[in-house]
Design a protein around this ligand. Structure first.
Ligand SMILES: Nc1ncnc2c1ncn2[C@@H]1O[C@H](COP(=O)(O)OP(=O)(O)OP(=O)(O)O)[C@@H](O)[C@H]1O
Ligand SMILES: Cc1ncsc1CCO
Ligand SMILES: [Mg+2]
Length: 288
């Protein structure tokens, strides 16, 4: 079923996720495991951190979706990643790639490029990661972005076309593109950048939501980004209002989990802010 780009459709998807409780196999870095598993549980999905080569493929038989995140890479883990992605493809399960620190080292970049060519349904990274994966030199310093998400949109579109996938760039504005359409998600707070692995967690939530809307991974990804960003906003507001002298990243991290747990249609109806970029009309193009 096709989704609409509005709060009602996001609410429908949230309800569907809570009903289906998708089992998300996460092959993810050590830093992210705890917050990712807790946020998946809080929103209504079911996490399983399963990465060893001996069982990574078999686990896909019972999973609803797969997340592959290369944050703390090792040769042993890469074997599990490749097998899990292969199994997901054979079983037609949605899988999502998080190209952490793409461009930082040759081993990392080669691994990410290999996985990206295995046809993930969605690739979600910050601006530096998406630009590096698209071939821009010097885009990456480490796991944190050194660029604005808006700077990565054109390269992200090209990447989506080249890899025949959906590319999601997180940042002040999140962008989701299949190379033709570009959706803009106006949610989140800079505080999320001060909590490690919120981007990793977002990618896992994308896997969960896409598994519940397999006919429309583009809009499902935008809804996932909107809901996660909105939960971040709510978390920060709760800390500002209610927690005395403790509105830093540690407090917001706790509230983020609770905000995902309590998120409901009324939050979405009040705040949902996702728009589609309008393509230039033919006359605009010829005028330019
Ligand atoms: N300047 C900002 N303003 C508002 N929200 C932001 C901003 N920067 C990032 N975010 C939000 O923070 C969340 C994580 O995105 P981010 O781009 O920081 O991921 P990341 O760099 O991959 O993080 P990590 O590697 O730590 O997991 C997203 O929901 C994004 O929308
Ligand atoms: C800090 C860190 N280092 C490798 S992965 C990771 C989590 C944020 O991407
Ligand atoms: Mg990241």
């Amino acid at each position: 079923m096709k989704l609409d780009l509005d709060a009602k459709s996001a609410g429908y998807l949230l309800d569907k996720l809570r009903e289906e409780k998708p089992l998300v196999q996460c092959i993810t870095n050590y830093v992210s495991m705890d917050i990712m598993a807790n946020c998946l549980l809080a929103i209504g999905a079911s996490p399983a951190m399963v990465h060893c080569a001996e069982e990574a493929a078999d686990f896909q038989k019972i999973a609803s979706a797969l997340l592959i995140n290369v944050g703390t890479l090792s040769t042993e883990w890469v074997a599990g990643m490749k097998m899990a992605a292969g199994a997901a493809n054979i079983l037609q399960k949605p899988w999502v790639l998080d190209p952490v620190a793409a461009g930082a080292t040759p081993f990392r970049t080669e691994t990410i490029v290999y996985l990206a060519k295995l046809r993930p349904w969605v690739i979600r990274g910050n601006a530096s990661e998406i630009m590096a994966l698209a071939g821009a030199a010097g885009a990456t310093r480490g796991v944190d972005s050194t660029a604005e998400s808006s700077e990565a949109v054109e390269l992200g579109k090209q990447l989506a076309l080249d890899l025949r996938t959906i590319v999601a760039v997180s940042g002040k504005v999140d962008y989701v593109t299949d190379g033709t359409r570009v959706l803009e998600v106006h949610h989140g707070t800079p505080m999320l950048q001060k909590i490690t692995a919120t981007g990793c967690t977002l990618t896992a939530l994308i896997a969960a939501f896409v598994s519940c809307a397999q006919d429309d991974p583009l809009v499902a990804t935008a809804h996932a980004m909107a809901m996660f960003g909105l939960a971040g906003e709510i978390a920060e507001q709760v800390c500002e209002k209610e927690v005395v002298a403790a509105n830093g990243p540690g407090a917001v991290r706790v509230q983020l989990i609770d905000a995902l747990y309590t998120l409901d249609r009324s939050d979405l109806y009040t705040h949902y802010d996702v728009v589609e970029q309008m393509l230039d009309s033919p006359s605009d193009v010829s005028d330019a």
